[in-house]
Write a protein that binds this ligand. Structure first.
Ligand code: SF4
Length: 234
């Protein structure tokens, strides 16, 4: 696996001190069209798609589609594509029928780590091949496993720099940004789904629960594996 390439001397500022827009501008100056944005059509996707468009950054947008998203997530994608004219990259993912044939039915019920690896991690590894850097919308306050996430991070697994413009935003700040800028967003957020993934593994949460409590509810699983460096089960 590749080791982290050094950033040019002239471009080694204190990224932790940068705001979201400044970090995106710096990322584009540093990586150019080798920088991409990933989206799963939750509220962070809406905020970042708008921010990138406002800054005039012509970035590719990789859709993290597992073919098991909610109808509302696909409709949100379509609204954002219409409004912002995204250059959408859609990675190859094995069909649900193929997965049933090779792994047995409903793998997400028996081995969700393997299901996430097949439907999320492997497609993203392939999709990131042409890029040097990846913008993700994860936030430190989403879960304890994300609490130490820096704004810029080398990923051994993907062989890219990860750029996290919203990492120090809280949920309220994301919503304020969406509302004040009148950005299209996933309507499931208004029906108790504070965090939205695949249909079989996402439930609404109560107001007193953590933001990601509805993901793999009732199990120990906290992460899909996209943002951890240790390999998921294969
Ligand atoms: S979130 Fe659930 S359905 Fe989606 S890839 Fe992971 S285990 Fe499979």
């Amino acid at each position: 696996m590749a080791s982290a390439p050094p950033l040019p001397e002239s471009n080694s500022p204190d990224v932790e001190a940068m705001g979201a827009e400044e970090l995106l501008r710096w990322g584009y100056a540093e990586f150019g069209d080798q920088l991409c944005l990933t989206c799963s059509w939750q509220k962070q996707s809406s905020a970042l798609v708008h921010m990138v468009a406002e800054l005039g950054l012509p970035l590719d947008v990789i859709e993290l589609d597992t073919h098991l998203f909610f109808r509302e997530s696909y409709e949100t994608r379509d609204r954002l594509v219409r409004r912002y004219g995204l250059n959408l990259i859609q990675p190859d993912v094995l069909t649900v029928a193929e997965q049933h044939r090779h792994e047995g039915p409903n793998l997400w019920e028996r081995d969700p780590d393997r299901c996430c690896h097949l439907r999320k991690v492997e497609p993203l590894i392939a999709a990131l091949e042409p890029y040097d850097a990846w913008i993700s919308g994860i936030r430190r306050d989403q879960s304890p496993s994300r609490a130490e996430t820096p704004k810029l991070q080398w990923s051994e697994r993907y062989g890219v720099w990860k750029v996290h413009p919203l990492v120090d935003w809280d949920e309220q700040r994301v919503w304020a940004y969406i509302k004040v800028n009148e950005i299209p967003y996933n309507p499931l957020h208004e029906t108790g789904y504070r965090s939205i993934g695949c249909m079989p593994c996402t439930k609404p949460t109560r107001p007193d629960e953590e933001e990601r409590a509805g993901r793999w509810a009732g199990s120990d699983k906290l992460e899909c594996g996209l943002h951890v460096e240790a390999p998921a089960s294969t």
